[in-house]
Design a protein around this ligand. Structure first.
Ligand code: BTN
Length: 280
């Protein structure tokens, strides 16, 4: 197990990771981080575990990761923003993850709407943002991050669409160093967003997306909407030109149409619309 001490060795952040709760096994780091936040835990607390018995992705899907090979952790944030802004948060997290993964692997990391990071068109990381509101303000946000780091095999149903840093760059990755790089990138971008607004991440995220002007299908709870991607709204929604009009979507599973490579059919889970934020 990576200890708190190893994780913090050389960490130069001011806030993020000042307190790290490290576990061998836990139900879900997001659950624990929420419990800590509910007790008044300050911004920047991290909960990390080698193994999650109930790790989850968006829409209540399972997040499966081999113990001791990956990174699964959650970060508590307390941004002073209205609930609508919650859909913007995955943007800065996605850009920070992409930057840190790229630094480690020297492979271009792509952001896939809503919350995935891809390497060579396969998913290496997912983000789960969960928040709590009080009097129409965000009380806290827990950012859950799962990264496939040194895992070299995946269940058959995921094998064509999931990968790991190790599989893509053909060497074992030092997880503690990667963790520190991620926290450093997250803190730097978060501070910029707090000063200038989270929508400043839109162009950085867009530069890392290959969906622009492509035909896609978005499936939302049984219905499928097809259209051409026009960009992201400042709230973090996907702007889709469909049947002659521009529609902004805040949730869905995206498939890029006409990709010969079926690997692009994502296992992506969907972003929580702000209206359904669970209350503490
Ligand atoms: C997704 O791709 O659907 C998001 C996956 C998020 C998984 C992480 S692992 C750490 C944290 N704890 C959880 O239970 N989930 C998130």
């Amino acid at each position: 197990m990576i200890t708190e001490r190893e994780l913090r060795k050389g960490l130069k952040t001011k806030m993020f990771g000042k307190k790290i709760y490290a576990f061998q096994t836990i139900d879900s780091t997001n659950n624990c981080a929420k419990a800590v936040a509910n007790l008044g835990g300050p911004e920047g607390i991290v909960v990390i575990a080698e193994e999650q018995t109930a790790g989850r992705g968006r829409l209540g899907r399972q997040w499966l990761a081999n113990p001791n090979e990956n990174l699964t952790f959650s970060l508590v944030l307390r941004p002073n923003v209205p609930p609508e802004a919650i859909n913007q948060l995955p943007l800065f997290v996605g850009v920070a993850l992409a930057e840190a993964i790229e630094k480690t692997t020297a492979i271009h990391a792509e952001c896939k709407w809503p919350n995935d990071i891809l390497l060579n068109r396969k998913k290496v990381a997912g983000i789960l943002v969960e928040g709590s509101m009080q009097q129409n303000l965000v009380e806290y946000v827990v950012v859950g991050i799962g990264i496939n780091v040194n895992q070299t095999s995946f269940p058959q149903e995921l094998a064509s669409k999931a990968t790991s840093l190790r599989l893509e760059c053909r060497r074992e990755i030092d997880r503690a160093t990667l963790f520190r790089d991620i926290l450093t990138a997250l803190e730097a971008l978060y501070q910029q967003c707090i000063k200038r607004g989270f929508s400043i991440m839109l162009p950085l995220w867009m530069q890392r997306s290959s969906m622009m002007n492509k035909p896609i299908a978005v499936s939302q709870q049984g219905t499928v909407i097809t259209g051409i991607v026009k960009g992201l709204s400042k709230e973090g929604g996907l702007i889709l030109h469909s049947n002659g009009i521009d529609r902004t979507l805040f949730a869905g599973d995206v498939t890029i149409l006409g990709e010969v490579n079926e690997r692009f059919v994502g296992s992506t889970t969907v972003a929580q619309p702000s209206a359904s934020l669970p209350r503490a």
